[in-house]
Design a protein around this ligand. Structure first.
Ligand code: HPA
Length: 270
């Protein structure tokens, strides 16, 4: 795997004259941040050796290199989800490559179901911790010492320093934010009422189908992480209604402006 990561990073470096400091992974319906990037290079996933091949019909994802809030960033427009059938090595491969391209921090966004009774649809939640409930772990197998330790510490999966800065940015811009624990599981079904209840009782505030594998792999390589979740539906007793992917995308698109502003302003503070 190490050779694959290195050769993929070398290929990308041969195509661009650019050193990204920050990696960004954008979630469902949250691609709008890309419009704020002063784009220097774009590379389609299918051009990149060893990158997983997209299963989403029609358009595949791309890596976008450019400047955002005064920082050089590389953004993944389109992530690989476990529920699409990728294995955990494939889901997290781009994070490995971004590290070899030079990123020093990783920003992520996602859409999730809120299980905290104080949350409303459309809220932003800064993720301050996670519970890994995926059926597979991305670090199972022989550990590659060059990437990180066999038993990585997860006591600060989400950087306290970046969270503090993000809260200040939100307050300065009059944007209300929630903060809480994200529980990641495979999907692709949304949760039953009993499962939402379980998620809440296990100590989470929101539930979704991404982010956790990428953060684990980033922390393995000692990259500080920051993630924001948009609460697109509620798994709260008495407030549970039918959830559809279209509704998730719709709510994410409405809340996206606030998230984009925080991410962009936060770049300036790093
Ligand atoms: N559950 C899991 N994933 C999600 C949800 C949800 O309710 N909403 C958006 N992504």
């Amino acid at each position: 795997m190490l050779e694959q990561i290195k050769s993929t990073a070398a290929y990308i470096q041969s195509k661009i004259s650019f050193q990204p400091e920050i990696g960004i992974i954008l979630g469902t319906g949250l691609g709008g941040l890309v419009k704020e990037i002063n784009i220097k290079h774009t590379i389609a996933y299918e051009e990149i050796p060893n990158f997983p091949v997209s299963t989403v019909e029609g358009h595949s994802g791309k890596l976008i290199f450019g400047e955002l809030g005064g920082k050089n960033v590389v953004a993944m427009q389109g992530r690989f989800h476990f529920y699409e059938g990728y294995n955990m090595q494939e889901v997290t491969f781009p994070v490995r490559v971004m590290k070899f391209l030079g990123i020093q921090k990783l920003f992520l966004s996602n859409a999730s179901g809120g299980v905290n009774a104080n949350f409303s649809v459309g809220d932003l939640m800064i993720i301050n911790d996670h519970i890994n409930f995926f059926p597979e772990h991305p670090l199972i197998g022989k550990n590659i010492k060059e990437l990180g330790p066999r038993f990585p510490d997860m006591s600060e999966a989400y950087s306290k320093e970046i969270i503090a800065k993000a809260k200040k940015v939100a307050a300065d811009n009059n944007i209300e934010v929630q903060e809480g624990v994200y529980l990641g599981l495979s999907g692709p079904t949304f949760e039953t009422p009993a499962e939402y209840r379980m998620v809440h009782r296990m100590g989470a505030d929101a539930v979704g189908m991404s982010t956790v594998p990428e953060v684990i792999v980033a922390r393995h390589m000692n990259i500080p992480c920051f993630a924001i979740s948009i609460i697109t539906d509620l798994g709260v007793e008495g407030k549970i209604v039918e959830v559809t992917h279209e509704e998730v995308q719709h709510v994410a698109a409405l809340a996206e402006k606030k998230m984009t502003l925080i991410m962009k302003e936060l770049m300036k503070e790093l």
